[in-house]
Design a protein around this ligand. Structure first.
Ligand SMILES: C[C@H](NC(=O)[C@@H](N)CCCCN)C(=O)O
Length: 544
């Protein structure tokens, strides 16, 4: 008897990778918006009309607001419930719309239309004390916070709800399309594109703010808003593909892993889960919040010679060329993972290194902190899949978490104590900065590649979705707190400094190194607990 095998969209490699591309491109745009103001902190500090007069505390409070509702109104948990009840395609479009709504509010706050408006007056005089949050000992705003920063923070809070909802939805979408197929590869590719988003933001946000020699910070946010419109379109196209898939399979959306409040008790009983969550919040708090200040830290610790207006290195085409070179580095580093033929593999690696050196040289010639810091996520694009593969086949996840934390401490201490020694030494400082950023980039590959795949070893497969939602929630506490703390520490340790490119970053960097030490201690405890309880963290995921 001949069996007729019904082919569905996900059976076609081209179509399931198209579905992934739609989801990953949407997240690429979201990651660009997350850091859209990070590389222009110095401009935001200047008075209107150049900037918006945000000191470090205002900047940090606004940056931390991204995760405020997720943490204090438990939105992340609601997002998990919405995803379970409404399915991937609905939640994807909803997250795209929420991100865009938040981004539009943020754009309005930064735009010239806001300046001098009635809304500005209202926000200047109100919302300094919000009783419900003050009772919790937290507040999204403070007395004297510029109205533009308050409204931008409101928009960023809404955006953050959409972004984290988008994050969990995209992971679930990848499982739906790739279960039993190239799932790890698909997840690694999605994360690689997100990292490239951060690099893109570092280059293009200052580029748009300074375009045409006239500074307008709202242009950077407008660029982000346009990308979020594209993200929403990607999610809408995905909606129709996903609908067709369900029509073909006859399945309602997969709801095999619903979030239940009762799961939380079960998860919290696992000591391994607590250790991994603590390590996650400590480690990510020393990375994502640092990312928001890194360009300004380089501006403060390096000596940049102004590149003359109209010179080749100051031209728009150089930005485009440098970005194209960055894309080549990312693409060749990523392709390295999949080439089986040895000579071709090493030729690709050599090409990637060659272009990376070219990229670094251009960054040096352009004397631009943002293009120097943009190399940070590049290594992660190439190395994360290699390390993911290593964990799959050889294990050693707990050791990699320890190594990642050690590198993190070394990098923050180098930024704090060694980089300032090169102040005035143009080339020496840039070389130290590049090496340290690249090492930090490899640490940022080691930890995500080993941390996220370890979670399924710690909790029951049935409650894995809830476990990820809970880890994200714990992580979001750090992502709210540390941008805020860095800003406050900067203002406290730099009294009277008015030039935003002359701040002393030693204290915040020491605080971040301290987070690294705490992550290291947790990593070492995790190794002991792993050995004692046989959690299997050092074991490969795929057993031969
Ligand atoms: C996968 C992981 N993403 C996260 O942890 C998100 N919750 C963080 C979102 C960034 C907030 N600015 C990662 O990117 O490694």
């Amino acid at each position: 008897m001949t069996e007729v095998i019904q082919k569905t969209l996900r059976d076609s490699a081209a179509l399931r990778w198209t579905a992934l591309l739609l989801l990953a491109l949407a997240m690429f745009c979201a990651y660009i918006f997350m850091d859209i103001l990070s590389p222009i902190k110095d401009l935001m500090a200047q008075a209107y009309p150049v900037g918006r007069g945000w000191d470090s505390t205002a900047f940090g409070t606004m940056q931390g607001s991204e995760t405020f509702l997720n943490v204090f109104v438990f939105f992340l948990i609601f997002a998990g419930i919405i995803l379970d009840k409404m399915g991937v395609r609905f939640t994807a479009v909803l997250s795209g719309a929420v991100m865009l709504a938040g981004a539009l509010i943020k754009y309005y706050a930064i735009s010239t239309a806001f300046h001098g408006s009635g809304i500005e007056v209202w926000f200047t005089n109100h919302l300094n004390h919000i009783p419900v949050f003050e009772q919790l000992g937290v507040s999204p705003f403070y007395e004297g916070m510029p109205a533009s920063a308050k409204v931008a923070a409101c928009g960023f809070m809404i955006f953050g709800c959409g972004a984290e909802m988008g994050g969990i939805t995209v992971s679930r979408g990848i499982v739906k399309w790739f279960k039993g197929r190239e799932m790890a590869l698909a997840m690694g590719s999605e994360m690689a594109l997100a990292r490239l988003g951060v690099a893109t933001c570092m280059i293009f946000s200052p580029f748009f703010a300074k375009l045409g020699g006239h500074i307008d910070v709202s242009r950077s946010v407008a660029f982000g808003v346009v990308l979020l419109c594209i993200a929403l379109i990607m999610f809408i196209v995905y909606f129709f593909m996903d609908k067709k898939l369900d029509a073909q399979t006859g399945e309602a959306e997969e709801k095999d892993d619903p979030f239940k409040v009762s799961d939380i008790g079960q998860i919290l009983k696992s000591s391994g889960f607590w250790l991994v969550s603590l390590l996650c919040v400590l480690y990510y708090s020393a990375i994502f919040p640092f990312q928001k200040y890194a360009v300004n830290m380089l501006q403060c610790n390096l000596t940049f010679e102004p590149v003359p207006e109209g010179s080749f290195w100051a031209s728009t085409s150089v930005t485009i060329i440098q970005y194209v070179i960055m894309l080549i580095v990312a693409a060749t580093a990523f392709m390295f993972n999949f080439i089986k033929n040895k000579p071709a593999k090493y030729a690709t690696m050599a090409l990637s290194i060659l272009f990376l050196v070219g990229y670094c040289y251009m960054g040096y010639m352009r004397q631009s902190a943002e293009s120097i810091f943009a190399v940070f996520p590049l290594l992660a694009v190439g190395i994360t899949p290699i390390l993911g593969n290593y964990v799959d086949h050889k294990g050693k996840a707990a050791s990699m978490l320890v190594l990642g934390s050690l590198l993190l401490i070394a990098c923050h201490l180098t930024f704090a104590f060694i980089l300032p020694l090169f102040k005035g030494n143009d080339l020496g400082g840039v070389v130290v900065a590049y090496v340290t950023i690249l090492v930090l980039g490899s640490s940022f590959s080691l930890v995500p590649a080993s941390l996220w795949p370890s979670v399924p070893k710690l909790v029951d497969a049935k409650i894995i979705g809830s476990a990820y939602a809970l880890i994200f929630w714990i992580q979001n506490i750090g992502l709210w707190l540390f941008p805020l703390l860095i800003g406050k520490v900067l203002d406290a340790t730099n009294p009277g400094v008015t030039d935003p490119t002359r701040l002393n970053y030693t204290a915040p960097l020491l605080m971040l190194a301290g987070l690294g030490v705490a992550a290291l201690v947790i990593g070492l405890i995790l190794k002991v607990v792993d050995k004692k309880k046989g959690l299997g963290l050092e074991e490969p995921n795929i057993k031969a």
